[in-house]
Design a protein around this ligand. Structure first.
Ligand code: HEC
Length: 158
């Protein structure tokens, strides 16, 4: 489909859709850059199309590049404002923490990318010594390579 044939009706529809605009206002959290985002992302389709996505900054950058490929034309400074807004307003799902005292082997392996043998060490130590109370307790497990958990320690709950 040629872009030139496609856009005029879309533009007309979105400018007529007053209730769409007010609905979008409500769904867009009040953060810096909101007005710019509503304006830019509402110029071809309903702006709340953005609210269907939750993704990290790289994801939003990719979406905005895709929109640029479809004809979105904004100055660099505004691109950054809108990107900042979308990344904050519709962030990716934060990974859920995993309770290290309740987790089974599979959860430990998948959440922390542990080898089976390493996950087994954690569970065996827990069975023997009771609940872990802190990260320091995890460092005491003989043969367990704590460095594997280092960059994921925010996800450990006790
Ligand atoms: C130049 C016109 C234009 C602008 C400006 C624009 N888009 Fe789009 N957008 C499109 C087109 C064309 C489609 C795909 C056709 C359709 O589904 O209607 C689309 C589709 C989407 C989709 C659906 C998923 C997909 O990839 O097909 C999302 C999400 C989206 N846009 C978000 C945004 C956001 C966020 C902004 C503001 C940063 C924005 N758009 C600005 C033209 C635009």
């Amino acid at each position: 489909m040629r872009i030139s044939a496609f856009f005029p009706p879309v533009l007309l529809l979105s400018s007529l859709c007053y209730t769409c605009a007010t609905k979008a206002q409500a769904q867009f959290p009040d953060l810096p850059g909101k007005d710019a985002a509503l304006k830019v992302c509402g110029s071809c389709h309903e702006p709340e199309r953005a609210t269907s996505l939750h993704q990290d900054r790289d994801g939003w950058d990719a979406t905005m590049s895709a929109m640029a490929g479809r004809g979105m034309d904004i100055p660099d400074a505004q691109y950054k404002t809108v990107l900042d807004y979308l990344s904050k307003a519709f962030p990716g799902e934060a990974p859920k923490p995993l309770n290290i005292n309740a987790a089974g082997a599979i959860d430990l392996e998948t959440t922390f990318s542990l080898l089976r043998s390493q996950a087994a060490l954690v569970i065996a130590y827990r069975d023997k010594h009771g609940k872990f109370k802190s990260l320091d307790d995890l460092k005491k497990i003989p043969g367990f390579d704590f460095s594997k958990l280092e960059d994921k320690k925010d996800r450990i709950a006790f």
